[in-house]
Ligand binder design. Structure first.
Ligand code: HEC
Length: 176
């Protein structure tokens, strides 16, 4: 019957179109992915949320040192040596501002954790959500400023300490 034959031919045409179409779709998908990746990379490197503080980036470190002097030095000390007696918890269970130098414990935290602490506050360090004397700076500092200050703090550590902290960061990558 002509109707059925027509249908069968139609199917065959559809199939070859399908194969051709699939190739076009595949190419389009590849182009889309490559383009998307490029756009994504441009976004990632330009407006940073996500660029972990890089102690080798001298501009970022210089910028971060200014943020540190303006905001953090009050509590953590101009020399990054923390508040006097910071090693001991206070009677109420809270802690004084610790040293950020290699003599402190800041280097034991991953980039992701450091960013979170500065953005949200010291509560994120307390497993049971206890009060902390470390304020969050999410409403005062941009993500760029937070990464810069982290870059500055890292730049004061010797290379071997930087490497250990980098290992911690690789175990707990920054979520984007
Ligand atoms: C008002 C005082 C104060 C200011 C200002 C302050 N901090 Fe803190 N910070 C603290 C205290 C107190 C802690 C300890 C918090 C805890 O253990 O609960 C702390 C802890 C931290 C930690 C965790 C360190 C560790 O060794 O565990 C980081 C990182 C940190 N601060 C970064 C900063 C940065 C960066 C700034 C400036 C943008 C800043 N802080 C400004 C008081 C302050």
């Amino acid at each position: 019957m002509s109707g059925e034959r027509g249908h069968a031919i139609g199917d065959r045409i559809d199939m070859s179109n399908g194969r051709f179409g699939r190739r076009v779709v595949l190419l389009a998908a590849v182009a889309f992915l490559v383009g998307g990746a490029a756009a994504g990379a441009a976004w990632y490197f330009q407006d940073s949320p996500g660029i972990p503080g890089d102690p080798a980036d001298l501009d970022q470190v210089a910028f971060g040192s200014r943020v540190y002097a303006r905001i953090c030095a009050n509590c953590h000390g101009v020399e990054l040596d923390g508040q006097l007696g910071w090693e001991k918890p206070l009677k109420d269970g809270t802690r004084l501002a610790p040293a950020h130098s290699a003599a402190g414990e800041t280097w034991q935290h991953s980039d992701a954790k450091l960013f979170e602490v500065v953005k949200v506050g010291g509560e994120t360090l307390q497993p049971d959500g206890k009060v902390s004397r470390m304020p969050g700076f999410g409403d005062k500092l941009t993500d760029d400023e937070i990464w810069a200050v982290i870059a500055f703090i890292k730049s004061t550590w010797p290379t071997n300490v930087q490497e250990v902290q980098q290992g911690a960061s690789e175990d707990e990558p920054v979520a984007n």
